[in-house]
Design a protein around this ligand. Structure first.
Ligand code: AMO
Length: 436
């Protein structure tokens, strides 16, 4: 019969001066171990943090002593002992261990130093990601990520959005054919979804306000610090709103997320050395044309209609440090489903949300008229036949609607002050990385 796992009485973070003299039972990993003559100093790490355990060898039976001699980093241990205030210890407290049990041994030598004392490049870190994530700084990112997702869901519920799940295996591209992953689908072929775009639009005819949080796929050829092949998108779509309505929802969501992260993840922000301020509402809004003029002032010409390249965004980001919107992009630079402005169809009811030079989200008012949508598909060289199923929905009562897609990992980069998107993805995927 298998022995039941030992019981934990406290997490490492709960070992505080207030519980001086209490008996505790701890479970976790050996973060570091030092041998100072008669005493073993162990930094014991669990999901909550790290606490110091000291074990006087003289108190231990010979058998335990022998097993303890080669205790090493990342061994899994169970410690029982008494909390003692200790001014010399980190956090002013330690556990005087009376019993220690080694539950699992890690191999020696480990290929990677979890404490971060031996610096490693990002590629090496990602090769040993599970070890890398045990470093408190790296796992702090994902505790913040957890809060961001919960805060987003909470915000959407408060604003009458319904969470939906749309297919990942699809028949037609929506965001441009180039970045599409093809998959063998029984005897034919299919694609991995680049976004929930057409489905979320169709669903506003049922639920009025929908949101989806999930992975999407782009066969990104360019190897940049902000693109990966699999990313998480936070998407909304809402009936009876235009771009301004959904921009307001987006900026309020960002503020709500900031508030929750500041409230719930103080320790993690400290570990990451991030001083997070709650941004002020409303976020500044600039038209695409204004941005072209700004670039011109910096001596950077960009032909009207062209999308901003990294070099342009870097310049704009120098001046605009926080969150801001760029609105009214040229229609030809945006996907077919974006509504052209009535008074000037060359310009569209579109926007991007930026943070400094980084694009975080894009969205806009959608075309809600079938004829216009067909025209736009043709203008973009797409085959109307492939969109027949989608176009039919427009015959069943399609209200004016708008929405956006927010790159979850890009937002995390901002919140955790990381400049490579791979740092904020547990197991990133790009052209050069498919394992681990
Ligand atoms: P777009 O293609 O601009 O718009 O994507 C929306 C947001 O998703 C993030 N993103 C990515 N993040 C990491 N790696 C990638 N390869 C990647 N591609 C996109 C970005 C981007 O701003 N359907 C529309 C949205 C809408 O209009 O509702 C769309 O997909 O943060």
């Amino acid at each position: 019969m298998r022995r039941s796992p030992p019981r934990r009485s406290h997490y490492a973070i709960e070992v505080r001066p207030e519980i001086d003299n209490s008996r505790v039972s701890l479970l976790g990993w050996v973060h570091e171990v030092r041998d100072l003559g008669g005493i073993k100093f162990i930094l014991l790490r669990d999901v909550s943090g790290i606490c110091q355990v000291t074990i006087k060898k003289e108190n231990l039976p010979t058998e335990t002593l022998q097993r303890l001699e080669d205790l090493g980093a990342e061994d899994v241990v169970h410690v029982e002992g008494t909390v003692k205030n200790q001014p010399k210890a980190r956090l002013g407290v330690e556990v005087v261990g009376e019993k220690i049990e080694i539950l699992s041994r890690a191999s020696r030598p480990l290929p990677y130093d979890v404490t971060g004392k031996v610096p490693a490049g990002l590629d090496t870190r990602l090769d040993y990601r599970v070890l890398d994530l045990r470093n408190p700084e790296n796992n702090a990112i994902f505790k913040i990520a957890d809060t961001v997702l919960a805060a987003a869901r909470e915000f959407f519920r408060m604003n009458n959005f319904i969470e939906v799940r749309t297919p990942r295996i699809i028949a037609t591209a929506t965001e441009g054919g180039a970045a599409l992953f093809e998959v063998k689908y029984f005897d034919s072929k299919a694609y991995l979804a680049q976004s929930p775009q057409l489905y979320k639009e169709e669903l506003v005819t049922v639920f009025e306000r929908v949101f989806e949080i999930g992975p999407f796929f782009r066969a990104e050829e360019s190897h940049t610090r902000r693109h990966v092949s699999e990313f998480t998108s936070i998407d909304i779509e809402a009936a009876f709103l235009d771009l301004y309505g959904v921009m307001e929802i987006l900026e309020k969501l960002i503020v709500h997320i900031h508030k929750r992260v500041v409230e719930e993840r103080k320790k993690e922000l400290e570990i990451l050395n991030v001083d997070l301020n709650i941004p002020e509402l409303p976020f500044p809004r600039y038209a695409y044309d204004d941005m072209l003029k700004e670039l011109e002032n910096y001596g950077m010409e960009l032909a009207w209609g062209e999308d901003f390249g990294t070099e342009h965004l870097r310049i704009l980001g120098e001046k605009h440090r926080g969150y801001y919107f760029i609105t009214h992009f040229p229609t030809k630079s945006k996907p077919f489903y974006i509504q052209p402005c009535e008074d000037n169809p060359e310009i569209s009811e579109s926007f991007d949300l930026m943070y400094s030079w980084l694009e975080l989200a894009s969205g806009g008012t959608r075309i809600s008229d079938r004829k216009l949508l067909e025209k736009r598909l043709l203008e973009q060289g797409l085959n109307v036949k492939y969109f027949e199923h989608h176009l039919k929905v427009y015959d069943y009562g399609m209200p004016i609607h708008a929405g956006w897609g927010l790159g979850f990992e890009r937002l995390l980069m901002v919140l955790t002050n990381k400049n490579n998107i791979r740092e904020v993805i547990l197991f990133p995927r790009d052209k050069f990385r498919l394992v681990p």
